[in-house]
Ligand binder design. Structure first.
Ligand SMILES: [Zn+2]
Ligand SMILES: [Zn+2]
Ligand SMILES: [Zn+2]
Length: 365
């Protein structure tokens, strides 16, 4: 994502999306989703771009976003789109919610930057919403249904999430990854299954009408098929065409967000240096790749991920991107890229900063 800079005149401190204050100058800051910038706080009411904004009422729980002055709830868009949260007495789960919400807001920023429509559940039946609940206290099944994404807050515990990762033999497991995967189910449903893309999608990913419960049984008793690396990005993707699409969608978000962050910092890989001797041409990651730029996207990612994997190993960490993209997986990612770069027109930014799908008033034939 775009690098965020402290708004205080004379301070050029780098900020994280989650920051409540600038480490360099100490100023309190808030995130303005409509402009995608950090703004300085000089009181409870802020005028940004000729409009009144308030601090989100969840600021004391770590939310640094602004809420539209017209919002009756006092919550920012990122908090409003959370449909169900733990109850107020469950302080531990509320702390976990604060952690998970950081990933959720990071997801929303990226969806917006890719031009994806974010139709919230409180405006549209079947719109996007999040049920964020902890399995420490109730039955929670991570998944997507009719626009609502459910995420298990218990997984914000590093110990618990890491135990699951090892048990399941996964090379990568993060909260942001869960959000990206689950929202992939939502976007397959609205952008592919309900449109002309579905025929081509079935050719690449298989028929999503296949029994899901039979797929779960098969996956957990037999595991992934021999040679799965040739056609799938992960073992989980082999389970069912829906999971394959959601995994590819999540990887598309991993790849484009990382490249965009590198681009925003002006990163360039230059040939002729020791680190990447085979590099044929300079690689300059882009913040956006157009409809015809998929090959450039894959090429840039091959070099940038190879470089960042080495950076991580220098710190004794696991690879930043512990995956191999085979030709068949690249074809699936190309499909996701085409769908996302040929979106139906969305109405530009609502006051809350997020675009909505334009619903045609023309009679449909
Ligand atoms: Zn500052
Ligand atoms: Zn908020
Ligand atoms: Zn899934």
């Amino acid at each position: 994502m775009k690098l965020l800079i402290c708004p205080t005149p004379g301070c050029s401190g780098l900020l994280y999306l989650e920051d409540l204050r600038c480490d360099s100058c100490g100023a309190e800051v808030a995130y303005h989703a409509l402009s995608g910038t950090m703004v300085a706080i000089n009181g409870p009411d802020l005028h940004v771009a000729n409009r009144l904004w308030h601090l989100c009422i969840n600021r004391d729980r770590g939310c640094n976003w602004l809420s539209d002055g017209d919002s009756s709830t006092g919550q920012c868009f990122g908090c409003r789109i959370i449909r169900t949260r733990p109850n107020d007495a469950d302080l531990e789960a509320l702390n976990r919610l604060a952690d998970a919400s950081q990933s959720e807001r990071r997801l929303l920023v990226q969806l917006n930057s890719l031009g994806l429509p974010v139709d919230p559940y409180f405006e549209d039946d079947g719109g996007l919403g999040f049920d964020l609940l902890s399995s420490e206290h109730q039955q929670v099944t991570t998944g997507h249904e009719n626009g609502i994404v459910t995420i298990d807050l218990a997984e914000t515990s590093d110990a618990y999430r890491e135990r699951l990762r090892v048990q399941l033999g996964e090379p990568y497991r993060t909260m942001l990854g869960h959000f990206r995967h689950e929202v992939g189910h939502y976007y397959e449903w609205v952008l592919v299954e309900q449109t002309g893309w579905i025929t081509e999608c079935r050719e690449l990913f298989g028929d999503e009408r296949a029994s899901y419960s039979a797929a779960i049984d098969r996956h957990y008793s037999n595991g992934a098929p021999e040679g799965w690396h040739d056609s799938f990005i992960s073992e989980y993707a082999t389970m069912h065409p829906w999971e394959d699409f959601a995994e590819c969608f999540a990887h598309y978000l991993h790849i484009t967000d990382t490249l965009s962050t590198a681009a925003s910092a002006g990163m360039e890989l230059v040939p002729g240096r020791d680190v990447l001797p085979a590099l044929p041409l300079a690689v300059s990651p882009r913040s956006r790749y157009g409809a015809d730029d998929f090959d450039a996207l894959m090429d840039d990612w091959q070099w940038v991920s190879a470089f960042f994997n080495r950076i991580n190993r220098s710190m004794g960490e696991a690879d930043l991107y512990p995956f191999t993209i085979s030709q068949q997986v690249a074809d699936k990612l190309r499909f996701v890229h085409r769908v996302l770069t040929q979106l139906p027109r969305t109405r530009v930014s609502e006051p809350d900063g997020f675009g909505r799908t334009v619903h045609s008033t023309e009679p449909s034939e």
